[in-house]
Design a protein around this ligand. Sequence first.
Ligand code: A3P
Length: 293
Amino acid sequence: MELPTRPTLFDFHGVSMVKYFTDNWENIQNFEARPDDILINSYPKAGTTWVCYMLDLLYFSNMCPERQTFVPLHERVPFLEISSPPRPKGTDLIDQLSTSPRLIKSHLPVQFVPKSFWEQRCRFVYVARNPKDSVVSYYHFGRMNGIHPEVGDWSTFLQDFMEGKMVFGSWYEHVNSWWEKKQTYSNLHYMFYEDLSENFGRETDRLCSFLGLSPSAEEKEKVRAAVMFDNMKQDKMANSSTIQIMNHEVSPFMRKGKVADWKNHFTVSQNEHFDKDYKQKMKNPELRFRTEI
Ligand code: A3P
């Protein structure tokens, strides 16, 4: 499969980006959010797709089950800032949504979110994942995704991650600034990949309570079964296999879905170096990631 020419990273208002997420900037910034829109946001590779699928099923699986069979997840929950021709722009896909609420995916740092989302008091679901697994997942994703820059070797990629030279910028700034936003903006649910992995039922209940949903035990069980890693991996509408810019032979999008896979990638000295740097950057004692497990 032929992938597009790899883009280069450039500084975009202080954040490293590639053109595929900035080319449609005017439309993104002027995006007109509706009060019931729900924005699912994360730094890349935090389990966004997992949570997008959960929300899609919680809202719509009873209403229109055929969505799951025929419509790829990236069309059910469009990616706001993406613009990678010949695929339709994220903003165009959102305009075509006929369901309500509209579920919208984004990786934008908090300062880039279109102002209408705040003005309309929209709800946000923010997904965070520990940085060591995030960088490993991002590395393999960069290898298989043609709209990301070349990843280079693992140790350079890891250093670049620590310096914020990644598409969507610094992981540290992303997770911290969304955490700070949550302190003043009550319509924001901040959740963790590791918690979802540890206790899916408890996290589903928390999410539903935030969204004001009360699915039956049977409905919750259906959602749990559908989004289990092995089932999602087989599900052509949810495993990103229909996205042409990705080469799943290099590395599948649904790669491992595990906590602490970083242990298979970090050397002892990389881990020590990372931990030291992490302590300096992550000063807020309330925002804790499980970097030791
Ligand atoms: P790995 O590369 O570690 O396997 P995003 O959707 O934000 O791009 O995140 C992708 C990561 O979430 C990948 O991590 C992917 O395997 C994992 N993931 C996706 N669906 C999952 C699921 N149902 N259960 C566990 N992990 C999942």
